[in-house]
Design a protein around this ligand. Structure first.
Ligand code: IPM
Ligand code: MN
Length: 326
């Protein structure tokens, strides 16, 4: 986070005054106060133009507490229905894939529905007949807005290609709704080429033919899984940035690295800040600072070309900030 803010400061024009508020959330606060995200903090956050979220989580907190009580609460409360996750292999970065694949796609992951809504429960708890359900919520409204957003993004890109990823041969109820809306909205975008992949097949193509993807639209859980794979094939989770977008601007959008908090290396100064720095670029782009966002991306691209040896988190941040202000 420190390196992200450093680069943000370096990228902004001198006449733009940046005001930041730091919110101390996450595992430490949870242990101190028992709170994850109090409503008062949510109200304060709402008054900001954008949120930069540092990775959260620690093994000392029971699984799900911070995920649901903090991260997902933010995404749901601020209606971050567009979860934007670029998958780009920068020049000079080694992909674990053979050859030198040209990977440049963006996953538009639905952010507020699907199996993430917490709709379900258990019966006969603790017995050998225990039952657990996790019901995926899919609304026409929710699907249509993310699908239309993905078409717009595809339309604006040179290749103009959009792939719907789902599992409509098995998850027929949600799958058919997604497919029908995908086709309907597509009529408004005659220039966009479309195709459909089942999620299992999509994982194959992410590895064997990642060049084929331009824009991908998919549901919340498929998008979660696919974007970790996307990170892996584009040089690792340390480079993967994301934006949780509310396009209406009614609530602040939130930018965060795709990765977690890496508690095993916390405090050692060896985490790669690049994913956070690229998330800062997405934040600036979202707020209309396109040139500044591009400067950060160029700085990262240049830095990645020459990466050899080991640098500390701070050294990487310093190098990126220096490039941005040069
Ligand atoms: C992510 C994370 C979250 C998700 C978890 C921590 C709730 O894996 O941002 O990809 O599943 O969305
Ligand atoms: Mn994830």
């Amino acid at each position: 986070m420190a390196e992200g803010l450093k680069v943000l400061g370096a990228a902004l024009p001198a006449d733009v005054k940046l005001e930041t508020t730091e919110f101390d959330l996450g595992a430490r606060r949870y242990h101190r106060t028992g709170e994850t995200l109090p409503d008062s903090v949510l109200a304060e956050l709402k008054a900001h133009d954008a949120i930069l979220l540092g990775a959260i989580g620690d093994p000392s907190v029971p699984s799900g507490v911070l995920e649901r009580g903090l991260l997902l609460k933010l995404r749901f409360a601020f209606d971050h229905h567009i979860n934007l996750r670029p998958g780009r292999l920068f020049p000079g970065v080694r992909s674990p894939l053979a050859g030198d694949p040209k990977i440049d796609f963006v996953v538009v992951r639905e952010g507020t529905e699907g199996p993430y809504v917490g709709n379900g429960g258990t019966l006969r708890t603790g017995t050998e007949h225990e039952v657990a359900t996790e019901v995926s919520l899919n609304t026409a409204y929710g699907i249509e807005r993310v699908v239309r957003d993905a078409y717009r993004r595809a339309q604006a890109r040179p290749r103009k290609k959009l792939t719907l990823v789902h599992k409509n041969n098995v998850l027929v109820h949600a799958g058919h709704l997604w497919t029908r809306i995908f086709e309907q909205v597509g009529r408004e975008f005659p220039e966009v080429t479309t195709d459909y992949l089942h999620v299992d097949a999509a994982t194959i193509f992410f590895v064997t033919q990642p060049e084929r993807f331009d824009v991908i639209v998919t549901d919340n859980l498929f998008g979660d899984i696919l974007t970790d794979l996307a990170a892996a094939v584009t040089g690792g989770i340390g480079l993967a940035a994301s934006g949780n977008i509310n396009p209406s601007g009614a609530f602040p959008s939130m930018f965060e690295p795709v990765h977690g908090s890496a508690p095993d290396i916390a405090g050692q100064g060896k985490a790669d800040p690049t994913a956070t720095v690229l998330s800062v670029a997405m934040l600036l782009d979202h707020l209309g600072y396109h040139a500044e966002a591009a400067r950060i991306e160029d700085a990262v691209a240049a830095d990645l070309t020459g990466r050899t040896g080991t640098r500390t988190t701070t050294q990487v941040g310093d190098a990126l900030a220096a490039r941005v202000s040069a």
